[in-house]
Design a protein around this ligand. Structure first.
Ligand code: GDP
Length: 192
């Protein structure tokens, strides 16, 4: 599976700035979960996510196009513990507004740190997606950080923590490339 040809389109701090699209896949996760590394791995580009995530832009929605396939939207990371409450609220409003209002949202990829397991915020996000009947898939990152002797148990525990079966979770490592090909295929499938 070749790299996904992601082209940066625009950033926005208000979802009304985003153009209508035909098929959209989006990615959310707490900061530091490995979202930038994963987007770069999917596209096989070193700086793609970082280019759009230069300081000040990390709280924006970043839109990319995959030619002839669909649109990919990188949502701001949640859970900056030190952010003041009203700033957190702004992010929450923007993320929830986006998720509820995009017409052609085909899939929400929810990144969970595979080395850490689901945090309270991850579980809240999953509960909220379920309550709103939004299509979502859990992607567990940093597969390489889990010792091979512990992988089966970790896979079982992480799925359980997300209220899923182990087979529902897509495990990836952006560092080793594990699962990246499969995820590229899934992204294109979700867009079709
Ligand atoms: P973001 O804040 O979600 O965009 O997270 P980053 O992509 O910037 O990654 C956060 C940290 O996790 C960085 O130090 C990365 O090098 C590390 N990281 C990301 N993906 C992986 C992975 O697959 N394996 C390992 N070992 N580290 C990773």
């Amino acid at each position: 599976m070749p790299p996904l040809p992601l082209d940066f389109v625009q950033s926005a701090d208000d979802l009304r700035q985003l153009p209508a699209t035909s098929a959209e896949v989006t990615v959310v996760g707490r900061s530091n979960v490995g979202k930038s590394a994963l987007i770069n791995a999917l596209a096989n580009r070193k700086q793609l996510a970082r280019v759009s995530n230069t300081p000040g832009r990390t709280r924006l929605l970043n839109m990319f196009e995959i030619k002839d396939a669909g649109t990919f939207v990188d949502l701001p990371g949640y859970g900056f513990a030190k952010a003041p409450g009203n700033m957190r609220k702004d992010w929450q409003r923007m993320i929830e507004g986006y998720l509820l209002e995009r017409e052609n949202l085909a899939m929400v990829m929810v990144l969970v740190d595979g080395a850490v397991g689901p945090t309270k915020l991850d579980v809240q996000m999953l509960d909220w997606l379920r309550a709103n009947d939004l299509p979502h898939t859990v992607i567990a990152t940093k597969h390489d950080k889990v010792k091979s002797s512990q992988r089966n148990k970790r896979k079982k525990d992480l799925a359980e923590g997300c209220d899923l079966e182990p087979g529902d979770v897509v495990w990836v490592s952006s560092v080793k490339g594990t699962g990246i090909d499969r995820l590229r295929g899934l992204v294109l499938q979700w867009m079709s």
